[in-house]
Design a protein around this ligand. Sequence first.
Ligand code: ADP
Length: 478
Amino acid sequence: MQKLKVLFAASEAFPFAKSGGLADVIGALPKAFSPDEVDVRVVIPKYGSIPKEFVDKMWLVDVFYVRIGYTDVYAGIMTYKKDHVTYYFVDNEYYFKRPGLYGYYDDGERFVYFSRVVLEMLPFIDFYPDVLHCHDWQTALVPFLLKEQYQHHYLNTKTVFTIHNMKFQGRYGFHDLQGVLNIDYLPPSLEYYGEINLMKGALCSADLVTTVSPSYAEELKDPYYGEGLDGVMRDITYKTVGILNGIDTSVYSPKTDPHIYKNYINSIEKKRMNKTRLQEDLGLPVDPQVPMLVMISRLDEQKGIDLITAVIHEILQLDLQFVVLGTGNSHYEYLLSDVAATYPNKMRSLIQFDEPLSHKLYAAADLFLMPSKFEPCGLSQMIALRYGAIPIVRETGGLRDTVQYFNASEKTGNGFTFATYNAHDLLFTIQKAVGMYHHDPDNWAALELNATKSDFHWRKSASEYLYFYKKITGNIKI
Ligand code: ADP
C-alpha cells in the first residue's frame, strides 16, 4: 500500500520554536502517525532563536527565489530529521532572524512570504503531498493560494486547515498586503468588511477545516465565540470537524518526570511529598493535609482571570493554599502579586515562565484552576489530570470535552465544572471541591483514580486525522 504523504505547514514546532500550545501540537502530532502508513513532514520558518544544537545538524536542500511584490526574494530550504519526521526550515534572515517569533510590524508580509515558499518549495524537496495541513492564520494563505494560483501545479493535493485559536485571524488593510500578494482587487474569500482576513481565506478554500476540540467547533458558529467569523463557520459546517489534541505522555509522566521532587504513580503519599517539598521551597506553611490549588497559565483575559480576581478574597478564606504561575497582562501580574503579598501564609504568585517549575506545580497540586472564558482545547487541564491534580474548569471548548463533573453516586467524572461565566459559580465550585477534599476522603480517592485514568494520548487524535485525510483524498469511501 502506498503511504499517504502529508506536509504540515506551521509557524512554530516544539522543540525548535515555541510560543504556545501550537508548537506542542506540531511537535507531537506528526510523530504519532505510524511511519509505515504516513510519510509526514513539517515546514516552519528558520527563526534566529532555534537552538544551535539543531541548527548545527541541519543541511541545505536547495535555494530558490519567490516573487514578493516587485522583488524576487531568497528562500533557502534546510532540513533535519527527528523521530522519523522530516522537518524543513525556511531560511531568510531578513524575515526570520529576529528575536522572538512574532509581534513585528511586517508579520503579515513575513507570513505571506512563508506561505508562498511552502507552495513553491515542493519541487525542490521533491515531495508532492496528498495533504497539505496548515495551522492558524500564519499559514492560512496556503489553502487560498493553492486553490487560486497553484491548482494546476498540484492537482492531487488537498488542504486541511486547523484553527487553534480563532482570536488571531491575520487581519490587514487591503493596501498593507496588496503589493506583497500581487493582487489588484480583493478576492471575495479573503475579504472581510473591506479588509484582508487571512483566516477567512483558509476557511473558504480548504478542503477540510478542523478545530482542536469538538465543542470549540460548535461554539465557533456562535457570535460569542466566533470572533466575527461565526457566519462563515456556519456556512462551512459541512466540511468542519473538531478533533481533540493530546499531550505528550512521555514528557508529562509523574512516573518518570525528571523535574519533580518525587516520582509517583497511584501513590497519594508520594504525591503529597511533592506538595510538602514545594511548600518548603516557596516558604508556605508545610502541611500535607491542606489542599493546594494551582493555576499555570498565560495571564490573559481568555483564561478567566477576571473571575478569579473578583472572588479572590473569598477563595482565600477557604482552608487551602493557592499558587499561581504565569506571565502576561501586567494588570493581572500586579494584581495577583499584591493579593499574594496580603496572604503570605496562603498564596504565592510566581510571575515567570518556567517549564521545570510548572512540572513541580502539577505534581504538587491537589486542585488545578482553569476557568477559561473560551478554550479551543487547553493542554494544562490534561496535564493536571495526568498528575492527579483535579481540574476546576468552566464548561467551554476543550475543557468541556476533557473534564466531566464528578458524580459521587455513580463514581464517574474526573473534575469539577461550572457552566456560566460567573465569579460566584466559580467560587461555589471551588468550595465544593475543597469541601470534598477535607470531608469526603472516599469520594476524593475515587475522583483521583478517575483523573489519573483519563487518556489523552496523541495516538487517538492521529487516527482521527488519518481518517479524514483518507476521506478527502478519496482513499476511503464514507
Ligand atoms: P495556551 O496554549 O492557550 O496558553 P494551553 O493550556 O493549551 O494554553 O497550554 C499552555 C501550556 O503552557 C501548558 O503546557 C502550560 O503548562 C504551559 N505554561 C503556561 N504558562 C506557563 C508558565 N508561566 N511557566 C511554564 N509553563 C507555562
